[in-house]
Design a protein around this ligand. Structure first.
Ligand SMILES: Cc1cc2nc3c(=O)[nH]c(=O)nc-3n(C[C@H](O)[C@H](O)[C@H](O)COP(=O)(O)OP(=O)(O)OC[C@H]3O[C@@H](n4cnc5c(N)ncnc54)[C@H](O)[C@@H]3O)c2cc1C
Length: 322
């Protein structure tokens, strides 16, 4: 089935684009790996206007519900490639292929991989990229945080309240991160720093049971752990778009003020783009801009006039609920 607009990504940028697109009567599909994206990693967003405090999950669920009111469809899949074919866009997911007239890229940022042997094999089986999401699974267990700076310290601080022992690897001979975070982490009795150490390999059977640590002097030792939390920060995983849209040196998709990319018919919004500030409210705002531009692109193709804003009243009783 061909859609008017397909949005890749189901977090603040993608879900806002979905609301705008579906409200304007576009046949809209969101293809996403999850609902909420990075927002799922925080239980307390305090700077989203209208909410003094709300979890990322609750906020994103409200966005999704609003998009569904206007008939937006959702499919859980991971897009692996994007191509165009005579004015249509073809998206290859893991399970299916999708087709649309216009495309909104809103797939944000993804945790950076550690790059150690065994990481791929044990993803989801002891290797985690989200301490807040998966930490509770390791209550009173032994875990290791492999990462850098405040990302790693923040994870260690949280895991210290859950796990029995938290090891934190450090490449150098001192702790990297902000002074405040270092002091807080050091005050926890069950957090131990492993200096001049890196994870050479993640080992296990069905799930992780140990790591092979390599010291700076070349020596190796095996450390029993139940889980490895990778906390290396976030990157724009845009390899599939190489040569398709312009990107900056950080592999972020370059957009103009209207959310247009260098490829006609392709728009982008949120953390995946070269906007300087990465925040939920900014992603949402950009999602609306990208959607309006995508709507106008489709309208132009069909000889229809441009939409300047989205003030029109939509009678929800007459809209199909998804
Ligand atoms: C721990 C933490 C706390 C934060 N706290 C705050 C805060 O308090 N206030 C604030 O404003 N911001 C906060 N942020 C930042 C905020 O979460 C992000 O700026 C925001 O989530 C970006 O939204 P986005 O829609 O651009 O992308 P993302 O949130 O990165 O979402 C990307 C979406 O795309 C999907 N996706 C990715 N790749 C694919 C693919 N190939 N195929 C299909 N789907 C794909 C993902 O599953 C996800 O749904 C925080 C971030 C973190 C990590």
């Amino acid at each position: 089935m061909k859609y008017d607009i397909i949005i890749i990504g189901g977090a603040f940028a993608g879900l806002t684009a979905a609301i705008y697109s579906a409200r304007q009567g576009m046949k809209t599909l969101v293809v996403t790996k999850d609902i909420g994206g990075q927002g799922l990693l925080t239980t307390d967003i305090q700077n989203y206007p209208g909410f003094e405090s709300i979890s990322g999950f609750d906020l994103a669920s409200k966005f999704q519900g609003q998009a569904q009111l206007y008939g937006c469809e959702f499919i859980y899949d991971e897009i692996r490639s994007v191509n165009d074919n005579e004015g249509s866009f073809l998206l290859q997911g893991i399970s299916e292929q999708y087709e649309s007239d216009a495309l909104v890229l809103a797939f944000g940022k993804t945790p950076r991989d550690l790059g150690s042997k065994g990481e791929e094999k044990y993803k989801g089986r002891g290797v985690s990229y989200c301490s807040i999401c998966d930490g509770p699974l390791y209550r009173k267990k032994v875990v290791l945080v492999a990462g850098a700076g405040d990302h790693a310290l923040q994870a260690a601080l949280y895991l210290g309240t859950v796990a029995s022992t938290v090891y934190v690897t450090q490449k150098g001979n001192r702790i990297s991160g902000s002074e405040d975070m270092i002091q807080q982490t050091k005050s926890l009795q069950n957090v131990e720093f492993l200096y001049e150490s890196e994870v050479e390999e993640i080992l296990g059977d069905r799930t992780v049971n140990s790591v092979l640590l390599k010291k700076k002097d070349g020596s190796e030792n095996k450390l029993p752990v139940n889980a490895v939390f990778v906390e290396m920060g976030y990157i724009a995983k845009t390899d599939m778009l190489r040569g398709f849209v312009d990107m900056n040196k950080d592999n972020e998709v370059v957009i103009d003020m209207s959310g247009k990319t260098s490829h006609e018919g392709v728009f982008a919004a949120g953390d995946v783009t070269n906007i300087p500030y990465k925040q939920a409210v900014i992603s949402a705002g950009q999602g609306s801009v990208a959607a309006l531009s995508a709507i106008n692109y489709v309208h132009k193709k069909r000889g229809k006039g441009a939409v300047r804003s989205d003030w029109k009243f939509v009678d929800l009783n007459k809209k199909p609920k998804a």
